[in-house]
Design a protein around this ligand. Structure first.
Ligand SMILES: Cc1cc2nc3c(=O)[nH]c(=O)nc-3n(C[C@H](O)[C@H](O)[C@H](O)COP(=O)(O)OP(=O)(O)OC[C@H]3O[C@@H](n4cnc5c(N)ncnc54)[C@H](O)[C@@H]3O)c2cc1C
Length: 345
């Protein structure tokens, strides 16, 4: 392909790249055309080329929240922007600008090593920093949105770089304006605001059980506890393909929750920030008898019904057929519609 020369080196182009090792489900997939983006300044030219050739496109981070078809047509952008700077620090907070390609867990470790605690509840979540705001990653009672100051992105609709401050991102449970507008924003950098006053956030049941009411754990204690629990509960994608939670926890009105509770007295649920009730999707699926079940090459993880797994050789189609069976049964038993969490490419 002929491309205009300019001072900045263009994004690297690769044809027919295998993605089996770049998606945690371990699905056999390849991308027709890949752009490896190392600097934000490369993006306008990449998008222009894609538009000129009328190609479809998408961004792929670490591949830990996607379901890939055997062939990804058009262009796939791999984000390799790796800079990481403390841009300011005062008595109240530090501002940290981190490139979209940085590994999320490595960032969490780095913040602890540099005495900037806050992200430890989100330890061991796979994937990249650039993907963290897309579904507003959350775990053990903490959302990444709590620590985001702003997002630097390329707006493909407006053909320009934009800075979106936290309140413009419309963060909600597993949601954001980025998720709502696929193929519009390419996140290049996340600016985190880490307050200097730290308090342990161990109200989430599993953590509360570990530490007890009157203990005062350090950030490292919380980090180690989170890592230990996650390692025990979740399957390691290097051993068995999966994308973490496959369904979102459904959020229902208090009235619907109370009606369900009358019939299902052991219903597992949590308070929701919006005053509604969040039901444990894993519990609903478990009640329908799916835990540990296998359907061909795919199945439901034996220790956690919320996780669908690829036993080897499974395809996107196999996973979606199993997901539909689960959705149908849960709807029939509880009148609840489960939403798939990973992005279907
Ligand atoms: C074992 C396991 C445990 C998990 N646990 C959790 C958990 O506790 N909490 C949680 O919230 N999630 C969890 N996840 C899901 C996943 O790790 C997160 O959603 C993560 O942020 C995805 O990052 P990624 O880089 O792999 O993104 P990908 O899977 O590559 O992409 C996810 C989506 O983000 C888009 N995207 C990626 N990068 C960019 C970018 N720079 N700009 C614009 N769009 C982009 C993609 O187009 C896609 O739509 C888990 C997954 C696994 C496998």
């Amino acid at each position: 392909m002929n491309r205009p020369q300019n001072a900045l080196s263009p994004a690297k182009l690769i044809s027919n790249l295998g993605l089996k090792d770049r998606n945690t489900f371990g699905l056999d997939a390849h991308a027709e055309l890949v752009y490896e983006v190392n600097a934000p300044e490369q993006i306008p030219a990449v998008i222009k080329e894609i538009r000129d050739q009328k190609l479809t496109w998408r961004v792929l981070g670490g591949g830990s929240n996607v379901i890939l078809p055997p062939v990804l047509p058009g262009a796939t952008l791999l984000m390799n922007i790796m800079d990481q700077d403390i841009i300011s620090s005062n008595a109240n907070a530090a501002l940290l600008a981190v490139g979209a390609g940085v590994n999320w867990h490595e960032l969490v470790v780095w913040t602890l090593e540099n005495n900037l605690p806050g992200l430890e509840n989100l330890a061991l979540i796979p994937g990249t920093v650039g993907a963290a705001p897309i579904q507003n990653i959350s775990a053990y009672g903490v959302e990444v949105a709590d620590y985001i100051n702003s997002i630097e992105a390329f707006d493909a609709n407006k053909q320009t770089f934009v800075t979106l401050h936290n309140d413009a991102c419309h963060f909600a449970y597993r949601d954001s304006c980025f998720k709502q507008n696929p193929q519009r924003f390419i996140v290049t950098k996340v600016v985190f605001k880490i307050p200097k006053t730290w308090r342990a956030r161990v109200h989430y049941a599993d953590l509360a059980n570990q530490f007890g009411e009157h203990s005062s754990p350090s950030p490292e204690d919380v980090f180690l506890a989170v890592c230990k629990m996650r390692t025990q509960k979740l399957p390691d994608p290097r051993t068995i393909g999966n994308a973490g939670s496959f369904f979102q926890n459904p959020i229902v009105s208090i009235e619907q929750f109370e009606t369900l509770l009358k019939v299902h007295t052991d219903l597992v649920s949590y308070p929701d920030a919006t005053g509604k009730r969040k039901l444990a999707a894993g519990w609903l699926i478990d009640q329908c008898g799916f835990k540990g079940q296998r359907m061909g090459n795919v199945g439901v993880y034996e220790n956690q019904a919320l996780v669908l797994v690829n036993h080897g050789g499974g395809t996107a189609k196999d996973i979606l057929v199993l997901a539909k069976c689960i959705q149908d049964k849960v709807r029939k038993e509880f009148g609840i519609s489960l939403q798939i969490e990973p992005n279907i490419f």
